[in-house]
Design a protein around this ligand. Sequence first.
Ligand SMILES: C[S@@+](CC[C@H](N)C(=O)[O-])C[C@H]1O[C@@H](n2cnc3c(N)ncnc32)[C@H](O)[C@@H]1O
Length: 213
Amino acid sequence: MSIALRGLTKVRQIGVLRLGLAVAASVRNRLLHAIYRFDPWHMTGTYYARPYKAHAVALIDSLKPETVVEIGVGLGDIIGRVTCKRGVGIDLDAHVLKAAAWLLPGNIHLKTADFSQAQDLVAALSAEGLAKIDALVLINWIHMIDFQQITQSIDAIRKVMPVRHVIIDAIKPGIAGYRHHHSAADIGTLGDIVRSVEADEVRTLHLVRVSVA
Ligand SMILES: C[S@@+](CC[C@H](N)C(=O)[O-])C[C@H]1O[C@@H](n2cnc3c(N)ncnc32)[C@H](O)[C@@H]1O
């Protein structure tokens, strides 16, 4: 697809104003990338370019959470816009977290850990001394993880602190290029799906009220 056609398609998706903001955010992220060398996805996958992020912020804010943990936080486009007392952003890429530290407010702490390494993940969260997690956010990378591993890591967290809600995306059936398409039935094993939002062409966001153990 030519650059002009790509631009027109994007304008149709997000509008002119958001496209301008997306370009500005992309320039900022390119500068950060030149310094920190994180995954190039973050240069263009900005808040304004990706409508799913605003849907996620609205879903999380609807819970009026005190404590929010986002795993796979990237540059913090989602957690940085949520209203909460305390936030913890976790990512396995230490480079992107160094850049995110410039962008996020002081109530958001950042830690390096891999969601799939449950022990390390729990150690990182325990070090933050959270009494509970009101919203555990897993968006736009969780499709790379087998659902059994998702359950295992969430259960490991729940052994040390209560998790009230999970906000998770699932790739729609039939969309090619993604490792896993977690079904609503899979996600329903975590608790009650209380809201689902068609967040963009490829993903549905689910808000899950976690069952009390
Ligand atoms: C596509 S970005 C999305 C960032 C953010 N969730 C958003 O939507 O703006 C995915 C992020 O997840 C991180 N990630 C991928 N696998 C992970 C894992 N197993 N544990 C922790 N972070 C992970 C990547 O390093 C990357 O920063």
